[in-house]
Structure formats: C-alpha cells, structure tokens
Design a protein around this ligand. Structure first.
Ligand code: SF4
Ligand code: SF4
Length: 494
C-alpha cells in the first residue's frame, strides 16, 4: 500500500528539528543575524580557513607543516617527522587530544563546534553566503527569494568549483603540494588513484555542503555526540534564561505600556482596560515570542526548550535575541553563554574535580610526549623473525636464521649503519675463528628513509642451548651503538 499522508499516524509534536511530520527532510534556511558574536565568529572563521589551506603549503624544517604521506609511510607535523615505528608517539598524541577534548568541553562546552569546526566554518562562512548570493533571501525566515532554475544551477556550479578546489587542498595534506602541483598539469591517466581520491572527496564535499549540512552535526559527527555527553551543570553553554523570559508573550499586547513613554499607553487605552493590560504586561517575562532565535538556528531547534544535543553553540540565537531586546528596550542576554548551574540560581564552579583530573592528566601526557620527542633516537630499528624457514643447518654445521630488520633514519642527512649480533650470554667461549655473522651487514640510508631488509644470521651450533640462543642485535654508526634489540635465534633439535 502506498504511504499517502492520510494513511500515516502523525506525531503529536515535532520529533526532530529537521524532520517533517510525514518523515521527510525539513530543509532549513536559517535567517542571518549579524550580531556581535557573528562578527567575531566570521573573523575567526576566515582566519581558520586561511590556516587550513596554509598547513600543507607552509614549510617547517624543510617539510610541509602537515603532511600525512601514507604512501611513503612518513608523517610530518609542525617540523617533527613521525614514522610507522612511532606508535607510542601516536598513542600519546591521541590520548592528549582526547584529554584536551574532555577538558575544554567540560569548561567551554561545544565551543569547537560553533567556532572552529571546518564543517561549521565552511558551511556558515562560505557555502551559505554563496547560497544567499545566488538565491537571495526573503524578508522572513531566510528562505530563497527567487527559485529560478538557472540561479540554482549557477549556485551548484559554484559549489562544485569550490569543492573541487577544497578537495585539492585536502589531497595536499596527504601527497604534499609539490606532487599535487605537478599532477595538476598532467593528464589524470598519469596519476589515476590520486585523481579518483580527489574526485570522491569533491563529490563527498558537495553532498555535505549542498545537501547533508546540519545533519552532519546532528547525526553524522561522533565528535559532536561525544562532546554532548561530556557537559555537566557547570559547563559553558548557549542557554535561554527561562526565569527571565517566561511566561513569554507577544510584544504587541503585552508591552504597550512597557514600550511607550511612561503613562502614554495607559492614557490611550479605555479606562476599563488599563488594570488588565498593566497586569498582563507586568506578569509576562522578557521573551516576546518573536521566534527569531528559532528562525536563525542552523539546526532548527528552539533554544527555549532547554539544552539539546542538536545545539552546536553557534551563538546565532544570542545575536538574534540581543537585537530583539535592543528593539524592545530590555537588557541583552536573555539568551547568552551561561551554565545550567547559574541558570538554576547556583554559583558556577569553574575548578571542579573533573577539570582538575583532566588538566592534570593532560599536563602529564603532554610533558611525557614532549620529553620522548626531545630525547628520541636518530635511528629506529625493529627486528622481526623472517617469514621463511626460521633456521637451517648449513654444510659446515653452523645454523642460519633469517631476520627482517626495519631501519628508519630520522636525520636529514645520509648515514651508513652497520648491523651486528652479539651473544647475550657473555660467558660463552667461542672457539678460534668462531663468531656470529650477519649478511648483509651494512646499509646506507637516505635522509628520513625507512627501509625493510632481510638478513641472514649465521651462528656456530654450540651457542644454542635448548634450541635457542639469545643475541643482542645492534645498529652501529662509526663507534657509536645507536640501537640495540634482543632477539632469540632458533637452533636445530639435537
Ligand atoms: S529571540 Fe528572544 S525574544 Fe524572540 S522568541 Fe527568542 S528568546 Fe524570545
Ligand atoms: S540553539 Fe542557538 S546556539 Fe544552538 S545551534 Fe541553534 S542558534 Fe546555534
């Protein structure tokens, strides 16, 4: 059976701010309120866009400020180079990011969502202005004034061109600007995979900014959900002061007396109506129920319903309500940055146990990360067992093991490294002419190079006890031992 609207059981109230009663998407056209916060957010947004674009272009210590070169397994972040062997740095870095999110969210709420997130910044300060430019906005509600097909086509073409450019910036984070610039002047057939990635990113961005929009914040972004559950009563949030605003009521009826010069309104009313209007005006709160705060909301919610998961703290409702308060001659701040504790009449505690715990843990992890970064070795070595037969007995009776060694040079210069294996049991007496030999044993590494080598380790049979011999594998440059790893060689059964 077809789902005609008359066959549907309609909900008693709106379930989601972006869903119509019949379940279809409610497409939002938020009005723009150019208040104090909007001006500040706009300049922060432009600065962030410049920052996001500059990161792969600006060089620090000879490398892009951010380059996540997955193909070469090299990651450059603000002058530091990380290799796949640096898992402990990555783990500590991720831990510090999580702790920072915990700390800043418990203090400042979803300030990242409203001020710093690329989704908000690009949508509100790039794509929506383009939409308003092409389609215009009607006097109320921010809906398109003109809906001509050619205007929509022009808008979407502008979107595609922008997404295409932004996809190039995105790709530069992974391949570097130098490679990207070369590819831009070549046929796509010469670099098909990067071209495909760029195409997919363009389409994904277009889908996001042209259609998906606030749905990314409401249902798509795990970070948004994560932040919402980290709030407590003392976190800073955009909130409506219900004590001051309620009971809400239309300005026309409620504030004839309040808006007019003193005494004037009462004079022009019939005498019988004066006490009734005066008492209605005095019993009403400051909210005149103009719904401007709802009309400007990019996620379609009504902040007067209290703290909601959809609120991205964009501050548009603050700007809108402040402008209304100015017009009706009431103090600003009916909607403002506040906390649930303050709105409930309590004192806001900035320093509280969770803030202390997060801050302490963050300081510890960042200090540890900084220390490890400052003292990390200039060469990394990982020793693994070879994939082939672990050990074989050679014609002369000695035992050969196959190892895989990964060497990573962190210096910006070439270097030659020698690999040696020394028996861990220093008391063992080698016979004359006996030793543990490695083939090949010397490697020249380029600046920043990571290399995997297969080595043969040949040891006399008498070093094995219970089919095992513990050795110390060393990477040596000149006379200096740079790295040392313990490894167990496997020997033959008796
Ligand atoms: S903008 Fe302010 S006055 Fe208007 S409905 Fe919202 S809270 Fe009330
Ligand atoms: S409720 Fe206010 S701060 Fe929250 S998303 Fe809507 S307009 Fe922005």
């Amino acid at each position: 059976m077809q789902n005609h609207p008359e066959n549907l059981l309609l909900p008693e109230e709106r379930v989601l701010s972006t869903l119509e009663a019949d379940g279809s998407r409610r497409y939002l056209y938020p009005r723009l309120s150019k208040g104090k916060f909007w001006h500040m957010r706009r300049w922060v947004g432009y600065a962030l866009i410049a920052f996001f674009v500059a990161l792969p272009l600006v060089h620090i210590n000879g490398h892009p400020a951010v380059l996540l070169n997955i193909a070469h397994r090299e990651f450059h972040l603000f002058g530091a180079t990380f290799l796949p062997t640096d898992t402990r740095f990555l783990a500590l870095f991720m831990l510090s990011v999580f702790l920072a999110v915990f700390l800043f969210t418990s203090l400042l709420g979803r300030v990242w969502c409203g001020w710093g997130c690329p989704q908000t910044v690009y949508l509100e300060f790039v794509f929506r202005p383009i939409e308003r430019l092409w389609l215009g906005v009607s006097g109320k509600g921010g809906r398109p004034k003109v809906n001509a097909a050619w205007r929509r086509a022009g808008m979407y073409l502008t979107y595609i061109a922008l997404c295409f450019a932004l996809a190039h910036v995105f790709l530069a984070y992974f391949v570097g600007w130098a490679d990207l610039k070369n590819w831009m002047f070549q046929s796509p057939w010469e670099h098909p995979w990067p071209f495909v990635v760029m195409g997919i990113v363009t389409v994904a961005m277009f889908f996001d900014f042209a259609y998906w929009r606030e749905q990314m914040c409401i249902i798509g972004c795990p970070y948004g959900r994560f932040q919402s559950v980290l709030l407590d009563r003392d976190s800073l949030i955009v909130s409506y002061d219900a004590k001051r605003g309620e009971p809400r009521g239309k300005a026309k009826k409620a504030t004839q007396a309040a808006l007019a010069p003193e005494g004037l309104a009462l004079k022009i009313l019939p005498e019988s109506a004066q006490p009734r209007v005066a008492s209605a005006a005095s019993s009403r709160g400051d909210c005149i129920d103009c719904t401007m705060c709802v009309q400007v909301c990019p996620t379609g919610i009504d902040i007067r319903d209290g703290l909601q998961i959809e609120c991205v703290n964009c501050t548009q409702c603050i700007d809108a309500c402040d402008s209304i308060m100015d017009k009706v001659g009431k103090p600003r701040g009916l909607i403002r940055y506040s906390s649930q504790s303050v709105l409930g009449g309590e004192e806001r505690h900035v320093v509280r146990p969770r803030v202390i715990i997060y801050a302490t843990a963050l300081c510890f992890v960042v200090s540890l990360l900084s220390f490890l970064l400052a003292t990390r070795a200039s060469l990394d070595m990982v020793v693994m067992r070879g994939a082939a037969t672990p050990s074989i007995v050679l014609d002369d009776g000695s035992v050969q093991n196959t190892l895989r060694v990964r060497l990573a040079n962190r210096l910006e210069t070439d270097r030659t490294v020698r690999i040696e294996a020394v028996l861990a049991d220093a008391t063992h007496q080698f016979k004359a002419g006996e030793s543990i030999a490695i083939y090949p044993s010397e490697f020249t590494l380029k600046p920043g190079e990571t290399r995997m080598e297969s080595l043969r380790v040949v040891a006399p049979r008498n070093v094995f006890a219970n089919q095992r011999a513990r050795v110390s594998v060393r990477a040596i440059e000149g006379d200096e031992t740079l790295r040392m790893r313990t490894f167990v060689l496997l020997g033959p059964a008796r």
